[in-house]
Design a protein around this ligand. Sequence first.
Ligand code: SF4
Length: 332
Amino acid sequence: MKNIAIIGAGPAGIEAASVLAKQHQVTLFEKEEKPLCNIRDKAFLFPDFSSADELADKLEAKLQHPNITLKMSTPVATLNRAENQWMVSTAAGEMYPFDAVLLTTGYKVFDAHQKEELGYGIYKGVITSLEMEKMIKENQVRNIMNEVPKQIVFLQCVGSRDEKSGNHYCSKVCCVTAVKQAIEVKKQHPETDVYIFYMDLRMWGQGFEEMYREAQEKYGVNFVRGRISEAASTFDNRVQIKAEDTLMGNPMTMNSDLLVLMVGMCASEGTATLSKSAGIDGLYRFAQSLSPHTEDNLTTQPNLFVAGACKRPMSINDTIQDARAAALAMSS
Ligand code: SF4
């Protein structure tokens, strides 16, 4: 029986803990008061529109195991190798030795303030996809005058595939999230006109393409291949958008009640700090696995493993599968 630390109680950390606890002693560290914040902030999940809270409840129930010790509100500050063990040091100055460590510190969303030209934090009608998710969850999709919006524009690739922010990678889940949110808005308010501005639509997963078709054919969501160059406020509290329709080659201006920025996934602070302190930091501050094929949960450091969105943008179901693979790698 090994003494294992898992850092981060998201879907990867919890799934791996539940598998590893069958054979090992597991301590799960989490900086927040509660686990699964990145699932509980969502209303429904793609592609089946199942409840995010139901999935979170199911995962959380897996923590009820005598071999799992939970350390909530316990941020980990550093990870250091000492002889044959890993020393986990918390922000409060406590130190714990472990035989092996699994890093599952996940992601944070891109800070939309960095895209000044899009007006986030300046104009109230410009919101992020996380804020839209909250509105959907609370059945409160409203413009800034607290009215049902007549028009909503979603903009893809904010802080991903973007020279200016330095994030050249694709965040993988925001195309399908925009389509999911657009459908949810239309279900709640069929009278609202919804537009999605995209560079390419990356509907890669099972059922995603069908969602895209349904969004157009059943719900009347409008897709515009184009880029929005800037947003500004109008006299009647709407958002004016200047864009280019890149299919037609036409500049365009339109007004909308809300502009929703589909913010991409970035390395969380925990991912960036701990992967650096352990010597496994990779591109864009994500953690680096040994190889993307057969050793994707291993690292250059002995008995230090990685799983989930601390490595790269990943969907929830891919994260859970990856956590199981990590648990297998740690047990063998
Ligand atoms: S998933 Fe879609 S919106 Fe997100 S970065 Fe990739 S192409 Fe852009």
